[in-house]
Write a protein that binds this ligand. Structure first.
Ligand code: NDP
Length: 334
């Protein structure tokens, strides 16, 4: 049997696409993945998805979307996508050990936050560790938070956080920010934002939630170390109650009391498995007209092509757009 469309991915983009394709009477299969639902399955309260004035738990939102898609007849395979052959039609898409055929495909495999990988970080996601200030900033009213990263995302996350937090410190692994001049200026001009350079988080500590971080200050130019030590003494006591763990000629290790850690060191779009699909310079899928990829009949939706907005609602919107384009494309084929 040949599906009208196979949707690879089951986050807001994939599920919204499946609601639209099934309501357009297109025979739809969603390759949902062993862990279906995407990034929202890892979050707690989502307060910025329209239609839920009291907010909604991320997993509940995804469950609702899935139920809605199933109600209209979307079929789901809760197995991981393995590979696809877009070289001839019908397209062939493999999940686990089974291969499915479809006239069209929507790739909605999303992107994963690049995490630090520091001990204690993974267990505290949703409990003080976050990667989405627009989603979680409101939980940090009058708190002291760290934003890790030196790119535009870090500047933007920090700026969003200043609306709620008492103090926001951008911690960057070197002393050269990667962010655009304009974003750097906005962050530097904001009185609530401090910068902490040449520092990496070695460990995230806390029982139920984030309580402190162990930080190693290790500048490549060692002559900066004594200056950094002075700065730590000067800037941080009021905010972080620093406790020095060790100090040698190359580095300083210290524990800082913090309420939250926002990780903004980039995203990894889930594109590696698509061999013939064209990517942009950051590794995201390149979008052509009508949400097509470089392969006719293969469409794209959501964070796998969007390095900019990265919101659940924009992903859902892209899913809707791709589904409408699939519908038009299939009509034109017939
Ligand atoms: P970037 O890749 O631009 O920056 C990532 C930052 O994280 C870099 O400073 C990098 O350090 C640091 N980093 C990477 N890995 C680690 C690690 N393991 N530990 C510590 N630090 C690390 O990603 P962004 O998400 O900031 O931006 C992605 C794209 O989106 C960019 O093109 C950006 O311009 C765009 N964007 C634009 C916005 C806007 O215009 N308003 C807002 C947000 C994003 P190093 O510098 O040392 O490599």
């Amino acid at each position: 049997m040949t599906y009208d469309v196979i949707i690879i991915g089951s986050g807001p983009a994939g599920l919204t696409a499946s609601i639209y394709t099934t309501r357009a009477d297109l025979k739809t299969l969603v390759i949902a993945g062993g862990k279906w639902g995407g990034q929202l399955m890892l979050t707690t309260l989502v307060e910025n998805f329209p239609g839920f004035p009291e907010g909604i738990q991320g997993p509940e939102l995804m469950m609702n979307m899935r139920k809605q898609a199933e109600k209209f007849g979307a079929e789901f395979v809760d197995e991981d996508f393995v590979e696809a052959d877009f070289s001839k039609k019908p397209f062939r898409v493999k999940a686990s050990d089974k291969t499915y055929e479809a006239k069209s495909v929507i790739i909605a495999t999303g992107a994963d936050t690049r995490w630090l990988g520091a001990p204690g970080e993974a267990e505290k996601i949703g409990r003080g560790v976050s990667s989405c200030a627009p989603c979680d900033a409101a939980f940090f009213r009058d708190k002291n938070v760290i934003v890790v990263g030196g790119g535009d995302s870090a500047m933007e996350e920090a700026l969003v956080l200043t609306k709620f937090a008492k103090n926001v410190t951008i911690m960057h692994r070197s002393d050269a920010l990667k962010a655009s001049e304009i974003m750097q200026k906005r962050a530097k001009d904001n009185p609530k934002i401090n910068f902490f350079y040449n520092a990496v988080i070695e460990q995230v500590n806390g029982d139920q939630k984030v309580e402190s971080i162990r930080v190693k200050v290790n500048p490549s130019d060692k002559s900066l170390l004594s200056k950094t030590a002075e700065e730590i003494e000067k800037i941080t006591p009021a905010i972080f109650s620093p406790k020095f763990v060790s100090k040698d000629k190359d580095s300083i290790t210290l524990d800082l009391k913090v309420d939250g850690v926002f990780v903004a060191i980039g995203h990894m779009p889930n594109t590696k498995v698509f061999k013939d699909i064209e990517l942009d310079e950051h590794g995201f899928i390149k979008v052509h007209d009508h949400y097509l990829t470089n392969k006719d009949g293969v469409f794209v939706a959501g964070d796998v092509h969007d390095s900019h907005y990265k919101q659940a609602i924009t992903a859902a919107g892209y899913g809707c757009a791709a589904a409408l384009e699939v519908q038009h494309w299939l009509e034109n084929q017939e």
